[in-house]
Design a protein around this ligand. Structure first.
Ligand SMILES: [Zn+2]
Length: 409
């Protein structure tokens, strides 16, 4: 008798439901708990909540509950149906599980905790003893639940960025809320349509609430923003890290060309120096630092390009857009009179989009604010074995980075 009461408590069953029987199956290491309701109970229509008599029952169903010690615990019940004059024959809601879930609410809550803690579906599966599809169903339901509950809050600072999925062959576009570091929308691809698809997920009020958008310098997202927003010229901020990345790549191009040339004269002074020019100076090891100093003193073209790249960094420390513009013009004039072709190309590219580079000094946004999200997404991607397709990858991003309320009530 006591085990019935115990499980009644554990399962949190209230009227009209009670535990009728508990069976311990030693072979299967399983506890089977059977719930039932008295005859002539009234249930509510799930659509309109009208109280109605029980019409019939669907065949017995099972829900996995939290384990009882090491024993898998399965709740069994026959769910009643009502015949609503307005909505027809409907299966009633049961208090222990959400519709179409094969787990109790308490189990799903626990599964979400485990998924969040392990950060992987595979890791969670081994702890929960669930199958791949079942675990994904929990993730998908949690994301759907979170999205349905999501309020449309104002989004003054947003960012749009691409992420490669499966070794750079296919891309997805992500829309960030930079103030809350959450992913707000995801679309396939990385072209203008992908950008429009992401922006289109915002409500009219949200579109109107946007003050600034961080993005790389590619034309695709600029076009997409212009398609959706008015006054875009004042809103777009080209992400400083993307701009600096262009400059860093240019330094590397200078080094490669110079190295090739030097080698023709058996001069190997640039051998194995790639990283000292592209890594942040403060991240160099002591050995690399020494190598840097020796090589920099040689007054090679590469060192010169590196110095211009470093100088460019200060563009983003300027007080306002006017001084940033002046700073850039000075930098541009120096670079453009050198023979550093790759650097000159970068200078011209920035000049073309200068208004949306120096706009940083007004809005102070960068997609790197979403660094927390970025590293999360990268680690989600690294465990790519766990995400067999792009759809799962997207769902996982929403699960871990969407700022969603995932738990069932
Ligand atoms: Zn009804």
């Amino acid at each position: 008798m006591r085990d019935k009461e115990l499980y009644q408590q554990i399962l949190g069953l209230g009227t009209p439901w009670s535990v009728s029987r508990v069976e311990l199956n030693m072979d299967k290491q399983q506890v089977d708990v059977f719930a039932e309701h008295p005859a002539r109970t009234t249930f509510c229509c799930p659509e309109c909540e009208q109280p109605l008599g029980c019409y019939d029952h669907i065949p017995e169903r099972q829900w996995r509950h939290l384990d009882s010690c090491q024993f898998k615990t399965i709740l069994h019940a026959r769910v009643p149906r009502v015949n609503c004059p307005e909505h027809g024959v409907k299966q009633v809601d049961v208090p222990w599980a959400e519709k179409s879930s094969r787990f109790t609410i308490l189990f799903e809550r626990f599964a979400i905790d485990v998924l969040l803690a392990t950060q992987t579906v595979k890791g969670a599966m081994s702890i929960l003893g669930t199958k791949w599809d079942q675990t994904w169903a929990i993730v998908q339901r949690a994301v759907a639940r979170g999205k349905a509950r999501k309020e449309t809050k104002p989004l003054p600072h947003i960012g749009i960025d691409e992420k490669a999925f499966s070794k750079g062959h296919s891309y997805i576009t992500l829309l960030y809320d930079l103030d809350n570091s959450t992913v707000e929308a995801i679309s396939d691809g990385n072209d203008t349509d992908s950008g429009i698809a992401c922006f289109s997920e915002l409500s009219t009020e949200q579109v109107q609430s946007v003050k600034a958008i961080a993005m790389d310098m590619s034309a695709a997202y600029v076009k997409a923003a212009k398609h959706v927003f008015t006054l875009t010229e004042h809103m777009i901020v080209h992400d400083r890290f993307h701009v600096m990345q262009l400059a860093t790549k240019a330094v590397d191009k200078v080094r490669r060309a110079e190295h090739r040339q030097l080698l023709q004269n058996d001069d190997d002074r640039l051998t194995k120096t790639k990283y000292i020019w592209i890594k942040s100076h403060e991240n160099l090891t002591e050995k690399q630092q020494a190598l840097f100093e020796d090589t920099y003193d040689l007054k090679l073209q590469t060192g010169k390009a590196w110095a211009y790249k470093e100088m460019l960094r200060d563009l983003w420390t300027q007080e306002d857009t006017a001084s940033a513009t002046n700073y850039f013009r000075d930098w541009y004039n120096r670079v453009i009179h050198t023979k550093l072709e790759p650097m000159k190309r970068v200078a011209r590219t920035i000049k073309e989009r200068l208004g949306n580079v120096v706009s940083y000094c007004k809005h102070r946004i960068t997609n790197a604010v979403a660094e927390g999200i970025n590293s999360k997404i990268m680690s989600i991607k690294r465990r790519v074995g766990g995400y067999r397709n792009q759809q799962n990858f997207k769902t996982a991003i929403f699960f871990y980075c969407g700022g969603l309320r995932l738990y069932p009530q």
